[in-house]
Design a binder for this molecule. Structure first.
Ligand SMILES: Nc1nc2c(ncn2[C@@H]2O[C@H](COP(=O)(O)OP(=O)(O)OP(=O)(O)O)[C@@H](O)[C@H]2O)c(=O)[nH]1
Ligand SMILES: [Mg+2]
Length: 296
């Protein structure tokens, strides 16, 4: 048996979480069309007869504008040296902007094997794909280059086969039927956050955090109470919506996903509260669980 860790890194919104879910075959990380969705390193576990591969989905690396952003970017970069293989996801040409160039410079400094994943091949034309491929190939930095459509599950098997030679003989860290090591409460808060992102536009989503305040399991029903925090009074109104309709929609969408996941009926109550500028506060971001294991 082989086992090892694979870091999935890249700019925000390139499809890292979508790819991890496709590789693992279960939704273990939330995804959205809004940049900076993932905030923690999230482990997704893949197991077959030969190997157990623990994928680590990371927050998109970006130029931070607040303490939360700094935490997120540091979380992503700190995985570079902790994994056996790095999967670097892109969805555009290297010459297109500074984001990918910055990550490439960071990757040049680490000796960990690197696989380039050109994702979203379903919407990249063949000409464009070749340009992306050539620009990265020229760097001589990557051990392999793979094109994927994470959304359609295209080439996930190739990703797994490409990773395997880079991981060593090792123990099974997790039971074969386990897909993530995160507790259910975390998944629940993330799914509520995902639905909130889905219903919101522009600047509000980035300032959202979800805190589970009540989680009671009964034989046929789970009672969940959660607070959606936002940064401004005006955002609170947007989240609640006219006659509370938006919040109701968020609650319903979350409940529909939670019921099959938990396996009981779910009674979900949501509140919206304002915590001014929380992303600039060390204490607030730490209280929301955005802290490293060493407490920093
Ligand atoms: N067309 C297409 N869209 C994709 C593909 N993979 C992901 N997406 C979409 O891209 C958006 C971002 O996907 P995520 O998986 O949340 O991206 P991410 O890299 O994890 O983003 P952050 O967590 O913000 O860093 C979502 O709307 C996905 O549905 C793909 O292969 N093709
Ligand atoms: Mg993500």
């Amino acid at each position: 048996m082989k086992s090892g860790f694979v870091g999935i890194v890249g700019r925000p919104n390139v499809g890292k979480s979508t790819l991890m879910n496709a590789l693992v075959g279960e939704k273990v990380a939330i995804t959205s069309g809004k940049a900076q969705t993932t905030r923690n390193a999230i482990r997704g576990i893949y197991t077959d007869e030969e190997a157990q591969i623990i994928f680590i989905d990371t927050p998109g690396i970006h130029k931070p504008k607040n303490k939360l952003g700094t935490y997120m970017t540091n979380t992503a970069i700190s995985t570079f040296k902790e994994v056996d293989v790095i999967m670097f996801l892109v969805d555009d040409r290297l010459s297109k902007g500074p984001g990918d160039k910055y990550i490439v410079e960071l990757l040049k400094k680490v000796r960990t094997p690197k696989i380039l994943i050109i994702n979203k091949t379903d919407i990249i034309g063949p000409e464009e794909y070749k340009q992306i491929f050539d620009e990265y190939e020229e760097l001589g930095l990557f051990d392999s280059i793979i094109g994927t459509s994470a959304l359609n599950g295209v080439n996930t098997g190739v990703c797994i086969d490409t990773v395997k030679p880079y991981i060593k003989e090792g123990p099974m860290y997790f039971p074969s039927d386990m897909f993530t090591d995160n507790p259910m409460r975390f998944l629940v808060s993330e799914i509520i956050r995902e639905k909130t992102l889905l219903y919101l536009e522009d600047e509000v989503p980035h300032g959202i955090a979800v805190e589970i305040q009540q989680y009671e399991e009964e034989p046929n029903c789970t009672n969940i109470g959660a607070v959606i925090y936002c940064e401004r009074q005006s955002h609170k109104g947007i989240i609640i919506g006219a006659k509370g309709r938006k919040l109701k929609g968020i609650g319903k969408a979350a409940r529909l996903e939670l019921e099959p996941l938990i396996g009981t009926k779910v009674f979900l109550e949501l509140w919206v509260k304002v915590k001014e500028n929380w992303r600039a506060s060390d204490i607030a971001i730490s209280n929301f669980g955005y802290r490293n294991e060493d407490g920093k």
